[in-house]
Design a protein around this ligand. Structure first.
Ligand SMILES: C[S@@+](CC[C@H](N)C(=O)[O-])C[C@H]1O[C@@H](n2cnc3c(N)ncnc32)[C@H](O)[C@@H]1O
Length: 375
């Protein structure tokens, strides 16, 4: 509105603003996709505010690769209002961004591998393109990733008396409580496909844009996933929005002390520190949900093969299956991975590892920076 009069945009002006040709706009008009419903003072056809809103949706879906016929169905759906379109578009764009990020990771990995004279098998070359990180590595996940009952018990206790639970970044659902009404959210099709028969229903969405109304669940949980989100703070705020209680299992990246404490990062894989630079601090994470953090010790025989799980079973890290089920190894790149594994193997063979880590044998559990955030 300008001075109380609604401003209509001419076809030429719209074309200029949106970066499309006038011909495209005429075509959309002819096929009934977006019609300029107003008239300028001079009698020319012009776009009213509602037309511009519709055009914006059409152009956004177009940019995401939808065909015009599909777009017509989408924008004509009376059940989807402008806000719902924006939410859906946002989710689709985030997915596209994730896919691009995963492609960059895959390309970096292959470049490093090539530099070392290692060739990437054709199957892997194909799998990584057009996929999110978990689309690329997710199929290796079930080999070693499963419920650790002692940690699960803590998570479930923190859920309190929640009856309805949203599990965000649910993966294969290892920590979903069996006795509650669970809804899962998981953006990776590979991970969704690996959910066991009878697992809770799973929605394809990302934490940053949860497709649920405010306060739809008694509790929302997230296990070992926050560090994968493009925007952890936005994702946690979303969890807070849709649920009354929030429970998050994550890693304290605010101090480098944990890197020193865990022999794997201290002596073999210092590159892990580089992955943490963009992680929000524990204080920021806790603030986003308005809760508290408590340490979670890792049992020496931890059943879930996450990164820290084998702190007292170092030989496990020599196993390719163990490493492929943990994204850290893919993220640090092939060169760092090979160097770390070779050095560890040598130290295990020579007895140097045992000598350096003598104290660990007496411990049943270790404090390695894992935290349960509860709000
Ligand atoms: C290490 S797995 C953990 C899976 C599961 N919570 C568990 O403990 O077995 C991390 C999961 O986070 C998912 N993820 C990645 N980005 C996400 C996002 N933006 N929102 C929600 N989940 C995401 C991945 O696809 C993957 O399934």
């Amino acid at each position: 509105m300008v001075g109380g009069v609604e401003e209509h945009l001419t076809v030429g002006r719209v074309a200029e603003l949106a970066g499309v040709t006038v011909r495209t706009l005429h075509h959309y008009d002819e096929i009934g996709l977006v019609r300029p419903s107003a008239r300028t003072a001079g009698g020319y056809r012009a776009y009213a505010a509602g037309d511009v809103e519709r055009l914006r949706e059409v152009l956004a879906y177009r940019r995401l690769g939808f065909g015009l016929r599909e777009i017509a169905d989408l924008v004509d759906d009376p059940a989807t209002d402008a806000v719902a379109h924006l939410r859906r578009l946002r989710g689709l764009l985030l997915e596209q961004r994730d896919r691009a990020a995963a492609m960059v990771t895959a390309i970096d990995r292959e470049l490093e591998a090539r530099a070392m004279g290692i060739s990437t098998p054709p199957e892997e070359q194909l799998r990584v393109f057009g996929a999110q990180l978990y689309e690329a590595i997710g199929s290796a996940y079930p080999a070693t990733r499963r419920t650790e009952p002692r940690i699960a018990a803590k998570v479930w206790e923190a859920l309190g008396d929640a009856r309805t639970v949203l599990n965000v970044g649910a993966g294969t659902g290892s920590y979903e409580p069996p006795d509650r009404d669970v809804t899962a959210v998981e953006p990776s099709a590979v991970m969704r496909a690996q959910r066991p028969a009878g697992a809770a229903p799973c929605v394809a969405a990302s934490a940053e844009s949860l497709p649920f109304e405010d306060q739809s669940f008694d509790a929302a949980m997230a296990f070992s996933t926050v560090h994968h989100w493009q925007d952890p703070i936005a994702g946690l705020r979303e969890m807070r929005r849709v649920a009354r209680r929030v429970v998050v299992f994550t890693y304290d990246a605010s101090t480098t002390g944990w890197l020193e404490r865990f022999w794997l990062t201290r002596d073999y894989l210092p590159e892990f520190a580089g992955l943490l630079t963009e992680w929000p601090s524990l204080a920021d994470l806790t603030r986003a949900i308005g809760g508290r953090a408590e340490p979670v010790l890792v049992p020496w025989d931890c059943a879930d093969g996450f990164f820290e799980a084998y702190w007292r079973r170092p030989e496990a890290y020599l196993d390719e299956d163990v490493r492929r089920a943990v994204s850290v190894w893919t993220r640090v790149g092939a060169r760092a991975e090979k160097r770390a594994v070779d050095a560890l193997r040598a130290d295990l063979d020579s007895g140097r590892w045992a000598e350096r880590n003598r104290d660990l044998v007496a411990l049943d559990s270790a404090e390695l920076g894992l935290r349960l955030l509860v709000a």
